[in-house]
Design a protein around this ligand. Structure first.
Ligand code: G3P
Ligand code: MG
Length: 256
């Protein structure tokens, strides 16, 4: 059995405001193996990192990202909703994050949030930024909207693509293979041992979301998931450390 990689969901988002530079900095400091983030497109065509279609929940303003230019979005605070100590945190562009991650060896999971608003051109814009940052080999693109993955594949033959699945969604594996998708990102409730084994047999990696409670983290290790996407990267990694050797990620057999 292998130790699953630990991917920080929206950064270390239990402790810092999700999808912001402080959350990504903390994830790196905490030793996360990877970082997941969500991308939308501004009215002026710039990929920005935020989860929702609107800024209402995490920003100090209201309105749709798609209707606002970056200059306007930058006026709002995206940290204070989490804690006053994060006041002054601005919405990051994907470019800001790629700059922050420069030199970091972990993996980056860019989720294209195209399932509600389609954001024509987002795939090309994101792929260009990843290529310019020379991060293609350490990046994978995921989406619930699998047509976005097909667009990515048409634009770029090399980048790793991952299909996000809603709870209970049954993936069309042959169609995903034809698209060149090589990983499944299921809701953790669907990442049973039987499903993980099936997806592995079909040649897909499996990274489940969102895996916070420690029993779930251990269950995912037992089921054979390749990674857990978690809001608590430090706690998840420390917990897995009780069971697995550091580095190689193999189950401890020395009784220590
Ligand atoms: O990529 C895994 C997870 O982030 C998918 O759901 O809604 O948190 O973006 P959501
Ligand atoms: Mg996401």
């Amino acid at each position: 059995m292998k130790r699953p990689a630990v991917i920080a969901h929206r950064g270390a988002s239990a402790a810092a405001p999700e999808n912001t530079l402080p959350a990504f900095q903390l994830a790196m400091r905490q030793g996360a193996d990877g970082i997941e983030l969500d991308v939308h497109l501004t009215a002026d065509g710039i990929p920005v990192v935020i989860h929702d279609e609107t800024i209402d929940r995490t920003g100090t303003g209201t309105g749709r990202v798609a209707d606002m230019r970056l200059e306007q979005l930058r006026k709002y605070d995206f940290g204070v909703w989490k804690d006053p100590s994060f006041a002054g945190t601005r919405i990051p562009t994907l470019s800001d994050v790629l700059m922050l991650l420069d030199g970091w060896q972990g993996s980056l999971n860019i989720e294209l949030k195209t399932d509600v608003v389609r954001y024509p051109g987002i795939e090309a814009a994101v792929l260009k930024l990843v290529a310019d940052a020379d991060r293609q080999s350490r990046t994978h693109i995921s989406s619930f909207h699998h047509e976005s993955l097909a667009v990515c594949r048409r634009l770029n033959t090399g980048i790793e693509l991952a299909a996000l699945l809603d709870h209970h969604q049954i993936p069309d594996l042959p169609a995903l293979k034809r698209m060149g998708v090589t990983a499944i990102h299921p809701d953790v409730r669907d990442a049973t041992g039987a499903h993980v084994r099936r997806w592995h047999r079909e040649g897909f990696l499996v990274r489940s979301y969102t895996v916070d409670p420690k029993p779930l983290v251990l269950w995912q290790a037992l089921c054979g998931s390749d990674a857990v996407i978690t809001n608590r990267p430090l706690e998840s990694a420390l917990f897995l450390g009780h069971f697995f050797r550091k580095g190689q990620g193999r189950l401890r057999t020395d009784g220590k």
